[in-house]
Design a binder for this molecule. Structure first.
Ligand code: 5GP
Ligand code: MN
Length: 341
């Protein structure tokens, strides 16, 4: 048996909100990752199974390595189909916000969502949720992924037996990508019990791994090797490091969305490495995107809040800097200097 995620009060409230709705929209954060897309599709499969009119609206495009996911073509991307997205949000009476804890993570879609009079439900695993802006908040920071939360909810609502292989594959993908294929945040035996339940629904987990992680282009491999060779600098006795990635370099290696995802984890393979910082020029705005990972007893979330206008999880956080790359590097260096490793 799985430990219930929701109290009976929360479960009842969620059921009531779903039953009373006609038009449901599911939203996720800007720059959607595997968990954002996996949890959104996972919930949409469930709601459509109840014959509820349901649509997913993502603020910006998601990486190509997720484009095999069942039903991913049903997703409306706000930055590409603005009028459709606005129409869907405006006609919604119930909006699920998945895998984010604050409206600013919607970027350009923030205002439309905040203005919407629909009932809003948050289902998320980040710390410090903006509770007051939602009608129902299901926030569980100890959960490794929002997709795992969606599984729990569907299971508690009694719909596990009806879960299709495609449905299970979406949930598995989100659980896998938010834990680095079950290499961090994944010591709870229940995570593996859920994987077993998903396998019983027919997923081929080895195939899913290949589709997500072994779908590189030659250019991506060359970009990684270029960055690690030329742009990675070590600090504090190899306890910390920074690498940069500019638009010019992206052009050289025919960068496509998702090509740098995971690269920030690579330096943590060095024994004793505590902090890896990635600074990447944004492709749309004139800002530097900051991505951080930490290990070996150091936690990077506070650093993201204090130095990089961001936040996140204890060991995987990010933010942004409104300045050119050289200044961003100086800021990151100062942030590292402030740490007593
Ligand atoms: P990534 O490095 O994969 O882009 O982001 C890792 C985590 O950092 C995300 O799951 C998210 O929680 C957090 N994060 C990334 N960018 C931002 C940001 O701009 N603001 C906040 N508050 N969190 C961010
Ligand atoms: Mn997540």
């Amino acid at each position: 048996m799985l430990t219930p995620l929701l109290s009976s009060k929360e479960l009842f409230e969620l059921m009531r909100l779903i039953q009373n709705s006609r038009n449901i929209v599911i939203c996720c954060h800007h720059g959607p990752d595997g968990d954002a897309i996996g949890s959104s599709l996972g919930l949409q499969f469930y709601l459509r199974g109840l014959h509820k009119k349901t649509n997913i609206v993502a603020p910006s495009p998601y990486p190509d390595f997720l484009k095999w996911m069942p039903e991913n073509r049903s997703i409306t991307v706000y930055s590409e189909q603005k009028s459709t997205a606005i129409h869907l949000i405006d006609s919604a009476d119930l909006i699920f916000c998945l895998d984010f804890n604050a409206f600013h993570r919607l970027n350009a879609m923030q205002e439309i969502l905040e203005k919407s009079k629909a009932i809003k439900v948050m289902i998320d695993h980040h710390e410090n949720p903006e509770e007051e802006k939602f009608n129902l908040v299901i926030s569980q920071p100890q959960m490794p992924s929002t997709s795992e939360m969606i599984f729990h909810i569907i299971y508690q609502l009694g719909a596990y037996e009806k879960m299709s292989r495609s449905h299970a594959a979406c949930i598995y993908t989100g659980m896998m990508t938010d834990t680095g294929a079950f290499t961090y945040n994944s010591n709870n035996p229940e995570t593996f019990y859920i994987i077993a339940l998903l396998m019983k629904r027919g997923i081929d987990k080895d195939e899913i791994y290949k589709k997500v992680y072994h779908s590189w282009s030659a250019n991506k491999l060359k970009l990684w090797s270029y960055i690690l060779n030329n742009n990675l600098t070590f600090y504090a006795n190899n306890s910390a490091c920074i690498y940069t990635l500019t638009r010019e370099e992206m052009k050289t290696y025919k960068y496509i969305r998702g090509d740098a995802e995971g690269l920030v984890n690579e330096p943590l393979k060095i024994k004793g490495m505590k902090l890896s910082i990635a600074l990447r020029e944004d492709t749309e705005e004139n800002i530097i995107r900051v991505s951080m990972r930490s290990a070996n007893g150091f936690h990077c979330r506070q650093l993201a809040e204090e130095w990089f206008n961001g936040g996140g999880h204890e060991d995987a956080a990010g933010g942004k800097l409104p300045m050119p790359m050289e200044e961003a590097v100086k800021t990151a260096e100062k942030a590292i200097e402030s740490i007593d490793f």
